[in-house]
Design a protein around this ligand. Sequence first.
Ligand code: C2E
Ligand code: MG
Ligand code: MG
Ligand code: MG
Length: 279
Amino acid sequence: RAKRSPQLQYCFFEDNMQEAFLSKYKIESELRHAIEHDEFVLHYQPIIDMQSKRVAGAEALIRWPQALTSKNPGVFIPVAEESGLIQAIGKWVLQQAFRDLQKRLKEVDFTYVSVNVSPCQLCESGFFSYVESLIKQYEVPASALVFEVTETALLSEDTVTLNTLNSLHDLGIRIALDDFGTGFSSISHLLSCPIDIVKIDKSIIQNITCPNSKHKNMLEGLTYLLSQLNISIIAEGIETQEQSALCQRLGIKLTQGFLYYRPASEVELQLLLNNTIEQ
Ligand code: C2E
Ligand code: MG
Ligand code: MG
Ligand code: MG
């Protein structure tokens, strides 16, 4: 029907646009309220060391329990980025992650926290000194911090971003390239930016155990390439025993996924820091 009537197709498209605009607008005003009323919570997903079978560290993931329009950070974080609200949210995430890490380091000495940092935070000139001030305030070692960045942050080759990444790296914070395999995945970024860790995206991991999997061959090749560059790998989104076993066979030392642990509250995380997994 839409084929016969261009008018109808146009209306349909316009309705969708309007809906998208309205929900974006709703999320944005809800986010402003959430920032003022301190509605965010930070959860942590354990990252597993496959040799010791223990929790090596944890990724901080924002949660918004009171959200009305969307609880999913995959939806509200992009809205926060577009509207500039990510600056305030990003600062809250960092402060909370530092506060929790300080507590955790009193219990165990091997742990670290991995924080997602948005491109808009990295290109802001005050970001580095903000991080430096948090390190002083909470007295946590830079070596207990990883910042996860996506390739979108590196694509523009913005000088502030590059300088910030280099300064953070010089301070001892490790830089992880997140969602590898979903965007441009340019090898040149691995050479031009101070990348310590590459996180292989779940969309690749979810295909590695299919018969004649090209994803598996690619992962095997990547593992070799990254080891030659002295970059560690984390396999993200492991959901099955088969995926876990294959990653181990390929020599991948760090993994993360629902098979081992889902993101959990700080209290729950503290309880499982000394656990070993069965895989
Ligand atoms: P990400 O950084 O790639 O985080 C991994 C996402 O995969 C998380 O979703 C996590 O819950 C999910 N995940 C982990 N293991 C599995 C698995 O085995 N299977 C499947 N299907 N999913 C798994 P989440 O928490 O919904 O976050 C989505 C995205 O939102 C994150 O992707 C990140 O890009 C962004 N995000 C989350 N928290 C923050 C934050 O504090 N700051 C910023 N800037 N972005 C954040
Ligand atoms: Mg991440
Ligand atoms: Mg990721
Ligand atoms: Mg992501």
